[in-house]
Design a protein around this ligand. Sequence first.
Ligand SMILES: C[S@@+](CC[C@H](N)C(=O)[O-])C[C@H]1O[C@@H](n2cnc3c(N)ncnc32)[C@H](O)[C@@H]1O
Length: 381
Amino acid sequence: MSGQWRGMAARLVADGALTAEWEPVFEGLPRAGFLPDLFWQHHVATGEVEAVDRMRDPRRWREAADSVHPLVTQWDDGEHEGPGRGRVASSSASAPPVVAAMLRDLTVRSGQRVLEIGTGTGWNAALLASRLGAENVTTVEVDTSVAAAARGALERQGLGAVTVVCGDGFQGYPARAPYDRIIVTCGVHTFPRAWWEQCRPGGVIVVPWGTRFTPTEATVALTVAEDGRSASGTFKDLVQFMSLRAQRRAVPEYADYVTTESRDEAERSATTLTLAETIGGEWDSSRLVLGLLVPDCTVVLDEPQEGQRPVWLCSVADDRSWACVLFREDRQHSTVYQYGDRRLWDEVEAAYGWWREQGRPGLGRLGLTVDDDGHHVWVEK
Ligand SMILES: C[S@@+](CC[C@H](N)C(=O)[O-])C[C@H]1O[C@@H](n2cnc3c(N)ncnc32)[C@H](O)[C@@H]1O
């Protein structure tokens, strides 16, 4: 174990991300034991990724493995080869502080049975297995080669009794249900009934949940109702996870939205709201809240040009409505263009106004209930 990893668990406990019961488990299972020789360190703040190859630079490899950064371990569902960056990061070892906080929110007790969706490297499953017993952990991974590598890593760590299933975690894994806890380690915006059906009443489901609005999700810890027909709980932390494979957020094609006709007919108006206070800050809870209130809409921030920052709002429903706001910091008003059945910027303004009226609630005051009718977001008084 490197000096850098030693003390990581204690720091996470001191930061409140990890509870004391998890400290020895974390300390004893360094993430490095689950990583391939080549991975890509993701610097979340800048969006940069850096290839790290154990054969070329073992010291750098160890330093990255023991860092707080997420590490991409697969691109493009395994179709990408070589040290360059692929298009879509499709598997990773999550950032230790995020893993810690989700385990904290899972509130496990000894002997409980857990289902994980998104095995990835197998590290999180190993942490659960080490705490609860390998026979109590089931983990589902959609990608065959990722699942095989995780199985190998778990065996090398003496945790081969973990049930690693290759399949679609959206279906849960009914064969070993009911579970006391379910932890989902890929981002979702649609919640399957299978998860709360396979979790016992009073059980907890921790999941990064978001909308199509932005790439940022928030973890939410839902308790399954006594009648087993819904699950409900408050949001915890803003996170950015790779999406469940079938729920990836596609970036809209400009040409599919802005036709010559729609450009000519777009309605022009002005807004006094700024980019920063509405949709600019990727890590602001306001952005998450706006996404909850403006459904089926994706935001794309364009490159700044000639003193203005164009921001596109595109409806991902069939209507193909769009809006473009040309944000300017040097003027009191920014120009807005809107086209289609929906007035997407007007919806954002209304949502922002509601959030302001509610006293700008942060994540801790916002909650989610999921049931057969879909999802419902609420504000705790
Ligand atoms: C962020 S990684 C998980 C990290 C992992 N828990 C660890 O400890 O390394 C997300 C994983 O979810 C997997 N995944 C995506 N869609 C899935 C699905 N429908 N069912 C199961 N796994 C899925 C991806 O292939 C990827 O390996």
